[in-house]
Design a protein around this ligand. Sequence first.
Ligand code: NAD
Length: 238
Amino acid sequence: MHSGTGGRTMNKQKIPSRCVERLSIYRRALLQDRCASGPSIFSHQLAFACRLTAAQVRRDLMLIGYSGSPTTGYEVKRLLSSIGTLIDPPQIREVAIVGMGHLGRAIAAYLANRLPKIRLTAGFDVNPDKIGATFSGVRCHSVQKLAEVVAEKKIGLGILTVPAEHAQAAAEQLVHAGVTGILNFAPVCLHIPSRVSVENIDMTVALEKVAFFACGSSRKKGTIDDHSSTSDIDQTTP
Ligand code: NAD
C-alpha cells in the first residue's frame, strides 16, 4: 500500500539538495506524462524517464516518506502531491530579477506563469531606458528602489542577472533588503551570509565540462547520484 508523505512533518534540512533536485525532475516527468501511462507508475519507469536507477528513485521517495506497492507501483496523483508538499513553499513566494538585460528578460518570459508557487513580481535595473518599462508582465524599477519594493511586495527570492562586476554589490543589496534566497547567473562566487540560500548557474562551467567529457572515451563521466554535479542532472532533463 502507498503510504502518504507527511512532507511538512519531515525535517526538510535532512533532505539532501541533490534529492530535492531529483524530486523536481520526477515531478516534471510525471506532469509531462512521459512515463506514466496510467494512474500508477513503477520506480523503473520513472527512473527510465529521468535517466536514473530504480534504486535511486526508491531511495528518494522513501526519504520523503512515500513507498509504493510491489504490485501496482506508486499512485501518480499521490506521488505528485507528496513531492509538492515537500518541495513547494507553503505560500506563493515573490521573486525579483535584478538586471533586466538579455538574460533577465529571457528568464522573465520563461517564468511567466510557469511555477504555481513562485511569482515573478518585480525587475530592477540601472538603465533609465528599462526603468518604468514592463517585460513579460514584470515591471522594471530603479535599483535604487530595491529595498522599498522588496519590502512592499514581500519579495523573498532574487534572481541575479547583472554583469559579473556588479553581482556582489547587487547580491548584498538583495540581502540587506531581506531576501533569503538568490539564484545567481553571474559568473562570480558571491560572499553573502550563510543564512541566505544561493544557487549558482554557470553556463560556461557546464559547457567546459561537456567539452571535457565529449573529447575522449577514456574520460568517464560520473553517474547521476548524490555525488554528481547539478549539471549531470540538468543534462537528463528535457
Ligand atoms: P546584459 O548586459 O544584457 O544585461 C545586464 C543588465 O544588468 C543590464 O540591463 C544592465 O543595465 C543591468 N545592470 C548593470 N548593473 C546593474 C546593477 N548594479 N543593478 C541592476 N541592474 C544592473 O547581460 P546578460 O547577457 O543579460 O548577462 C547578465 C549576466 O548573466 C552576466 O553576468 C552574464 O555573464 C550572465 N549570463 C548570461 C547569459 C546569456 O545567455 N546572456 C548566460 C549565462 C550567464
